[in-house]
Design a protein around this ligand. Structure first.
Ligand code: TRP
Length: 466
């Protein structure tokens, strides 16, 4: 299939406009930034970041995470934008080199498309819980702490409810991607992201001014206590920097491929990374203020958002809980559409499907595949114990697929891409560019390799407890 367009890249310096190739293109710079920041800001920021920060002891973990964003995350995001914009293609097409049909690099693109498929299938289940909690908030949380917490267990263990909310969420996601780049993804990102910021700002101010936990929350997040930091914490911070910026599977390649030639992708990547980080920290302040106000402990693990917070929301009332879960749902939605877009763009670019067909068919396939994750009772043996598909997919994609993809992406831009393409896409050849190349050649791949080996529990100096 699709041989003619496989490997011919635009001649150097040429401008291929979206309309000439029939591909979509971002309408405005702001629209692109909102869409890419929307991809980055997701469950990772509002659900995962606060709870792993709690688990790994606060400030010192946050500091390492910030370092990881700057040293590994940002360069890799720039690298993904460079690959995508240069090729004007989905990840599979983008990794094929000029005139080489069977380039093994396209496997990296394939891995990305497969990762998008798998991640979205379970991501949508968690996002469905977020939607469910918008409605639970409207009804209100009441009863004893145990009763409130058991609502979550009931939801997770009851596949019918989980699937219902998963259906609702995937429908929204499909509807947006169906609309295309400008009229679907960009338009909705431009509505949902500002709304998300306003809600989050309100919740953070409430935490700082309306509760007594604000100063402790700030201290917890920003005063590093290195005695609490473990090797495990460092690697998790690195792994999280990766996940939260949507790296390692071609989401940013795909979004970059709809970028205009004249856009400054380094500046845009910096803006997006800052937005993502600031939003995670704001969510941390909002959540930990409440947690400390009610005298709870920050290390509540995975249950922080869906079990601990609802108990506190029973005190604050729906004025706080409704916006909170709306925030979580919006964040999840703008991330989920980027996952679906990666898969859809492959079928549109390489297989010649129409966007609408691709969105409906692939969206439905991912939706059905998600049933595996929505069904907590279905377990299979994995890594020595019976596990549900949700945990397996989460584990395999986060620990294996994304780091492998990210590692190879670094190598591709650092060693395979031609110097003149690299310089042109980067947009300068000054000192910043030299620094970028050094990071991408040596530092980022090593860091990513460590994350990968850690995921495989192969680092000799970490105690994996088995
Ligand atoms: N970054 C999103 C989050 O923080 C999740 C996400 C969206 C993602 N697209 C991705 C993660 C691509 C890895 C790769 O929730």
């Amino acid at each position: 299939m699709a041989n003619s367009e496989t490997t011919e890249f635009p001649p150097d310096g040429s401008i291929i406009s979206g309309t000439a190739t029939g591909r979509g293109q971002w309408g405005t710079r702001l629209g692109f930034i909102m869409a890419a920041a929307g991809s980055a800001v997701g469950l990772g920021n509002i659900w995962k970041f606060p709870y792993i920060t709690g688990e790994y002891g606060g400030g010192a973990f946050v500091l390492v995470y910030l370092g990881a964003v700057v040293i590994v995350g940002l360069p890799l995001m720039i690298a993904e934008f460079m690959i995508g914009r240069r090729a004007q293609q989905n990840p599979v097409g983008a990794f094929q080199r000029r005139h080489r049909q069977g380039s093994p690099w396209q496997l990296v693109g394939w891995l990305g498309v497969a990762s998008g498929f798998i991640i979205l299938s379970f991501y949508s289940v968690v996002a469905g819980w977020a939607l469910a909690y918008v409605f639970k908030s409207i009804v209100g949380f009441s009863g004893t702490a145990e009763q409130i917490q058991s609502q979550f267990t009931d939801l997770v263990l009851n596949p019918r409810d989980s699937i219902l909310w998963h259906t609702a969420f995937m429908s929204l996601c499909i509807a947006i991607v169906y609309g295309g780049i400008q009229r679907g993804i960009e338009r909705w990102s431009k509505i949902l992201m500002p709304a998300l910021l306003v809600i989050l700002l309100g919740l953070m101010l409430y935490g700082l001014l309306g509760t007594t936990g604000g100063s402790r929350a700030i201290a917890f997040l920003f005063e590093p206590d290195f005695s609490k930091l473990s090797a495990e914490g460092v690697l998790s911070a690195l792994g999280h920097a990766f996940f939260t910026l949507s790296l390692g599977m071609g989401a940013m390649i795909t979004y970059g491929s709809y970028m205009k030639r004249e856009a400054n992708l380094v500046r845009d990547a910096i803006t997006i990374s800052i937005l993502d980080t600031v939003i995670a920290l704001m969510a941390g302040i909002a959540i930990f203020s409440l947690v400390f106000h009610y005298g709870m402990e920050p290390g509540q693990s995975v249950g922080l958002i869906f079990k601990t917070l609802p108990v506190l929301f029973a005190e604050t009332g729906p004025i706080i809980s409704i916006p909170f879960f709306v925030l979580l749902s919006f964040a999840a939605l703008t991330s989920a559409i980027s996952l679906l877009e990666v898969v859809v763009s492959y079928f549109v670019d390489k297989r010649g499907w129409s966007r609408r067909t691709a969105t409906l068919v692939l969206g439905s396939a991912i939706y059905l595949f998600g049933f595996l994750s929505a069904n907590a009772a279905w377990t299979v043996p994995f890594r020595g114990k019976q596990q549900g598909f949700f945990d397996i997919f989460d584990f395999v994609s986060t620990n294996y697929m994304l780091p492998v993809g990210g590692f190879l992406t670094c190598l591709f831009v650092a060693w395979v891409m031609k110097e003149k393409d690299r310089a042109r896409e980067f947009g300068s050849s000054g000192r910043l560019f030299v620094g970028f190349k050094i990071v991408l050649r040596f530092i980022a791949p090593v860091a990513v390799l460590l994350v990968l080996l850690h995921g495989l529990e192969l680092l000799p100096w970490v105690d994996y407890g088995n």
